[in-house]
Design a protein around this ligand. Structure first.
Ligand SMILES: NC(=O)c1ccc[n+]([C@@H]2O[C@H](COP(=O)([O-])OP(=O)(O)OC[C@H]3O[C@@H](n4cnc5c(N)ncnc54)[C@H](OP(=O)(O)O)[C@@H]3O)[C@@H](O)[C@H]2O)c1
Length: 279
């Protein structure tokens, strides 16, 4: 059986749909990954073959002021899952982030490039990666710029803003690959089906700035909105973000044959899917 932890989250929902078959999902309050008793009770009862951890404290700016929570959920909680996975012989899949990198490389990051998080979120997720390695069989999947049908995300924010105004400013100096959680879930399935372990990068192919992404969202939705440029410095958020953190996903393709579709195709599918759900 495969257990999805954080099953009510944006990625968790899509994992439940894509993995199918003998899959169980748990989330707060039934399972709190920061609580050893809760973790042991769930895992020793269910004895999953694979644990896919998509639970996290994902408020990047919030992590700067809630360091203890960030480390408890994103770092230590993963350690509790890993130790218990070791006890029951399960494979642990840990979902991580491009924010473990500092964005200064100037070209797409490979799995074994040096890490250097700029934020508490990145630090806590890196601690999670290190802790996941306590499970003898572990798979670390770094991804970025997620959006999906079951969570707050950039696409929904842009569509909401478009209903309120006809002009807005979006940062144009951060570059990455917007990634549809459904495609990420499919890649995780491909990695599991192939028996891969170790670290993999997964994102939709191609890259853009947040400003380009906003323009694409409006163009694909038939909305006329003026998108002005602004810098990350002007936006002045509490957490520092890497400016160029695209992920080289060649290892995923070589080892599984799975190549995530281009980000703009994925965006079109997302917009069609949200229309189909009546949004
Ligand atoms: N979103 C992105 O752009 C992005 C980018 C790169 C990597 N990632 C990583 O991808 C993964 C999935 O992200 P997502 O955006 O799908 O996250 P999400 O929508 O925020 O879902 C996370 C889930 O984990 C649950 N959770 C929080 N604390 C928990 C705890 N102590 N025990 C058990 N469950 C807990 C949350 O419950 P509550 O809602 O009740 O708190 C939520 O259901 C995460 O590992 C994240 O770090 C995300």
């Amino acid at each position: 059986m495969i257990l999805v932890v954080g099953a009510n989250g944006m990625l968790g929902h899509d994992l439940m749909e894509v993995l199918q078959g003998d899959v169980r999902g748990l989330d707060l309050p039934e399972l709190d990954i920061t609580d050893l008793v809760s973790v042991r009770k769930a895992l020793l009862t269910l004895k999953p073959r694979v644990i896919v951890n998509s639970a996290a404290y994902t408020d990047v700016d919030g992590c700067e002021s809630n360091v203890e929570t960030a480390m408890a959920v994103n770092g230590e909680g993963v350690g509790l899952l890993a130790l218990t996975a070791r006890e029951i012989g399960a494979t642990l899949v840990q979902v991580s982030t491009d924010y473990v990198f500092d964005g200064s490389k100037g070209e797409p990051y490979l799995e074994d490039d040096p890490v250097g998080p700029l934020s508490m979120y990145g630090e806590s997720k890196l601690a999670g990666e290190l802790n996941a390695a306590m499970a003898p069989a572990h798979l670390i999947v770094r991804t970025q710029w997620l959006y999906g049908l079951h969570g707050k995300n950039f696409v929904e924010t842009m569509l909401r803003l478009a209903s309120e105004r006809s002009e807005l400013a979006v940062v144009d100096d951060q570059v990455g690959s917007p990634t549809f959680t459904r495609d990420l879930a499919r890649a995780i399935k491909a990695l599991l089906d192939t028996g891969c372990t170790g670290t993999y990068h997964v994102a939709n192919s191609g890259f853009c700035s947040w400003n380009d992404f906003a323009k694409a969202i409006f163009a694909e939705s038939g909305l006329v909105v003026t998108v002005n440029a602004m810098t990350t410095e002007q936006l002045n958020r509490p957490a520092r973000r890497p400016l160029y953190s695209t992920l080289d996903c060649g290892k995923l393709e070589r080892d599984t044959g799975f190549r995530p579709q281009p980000w703009r195709e994925a965006l079109k599918q997302y917009l069609q899917a949200r229309t189909a759900t009546g949004k």
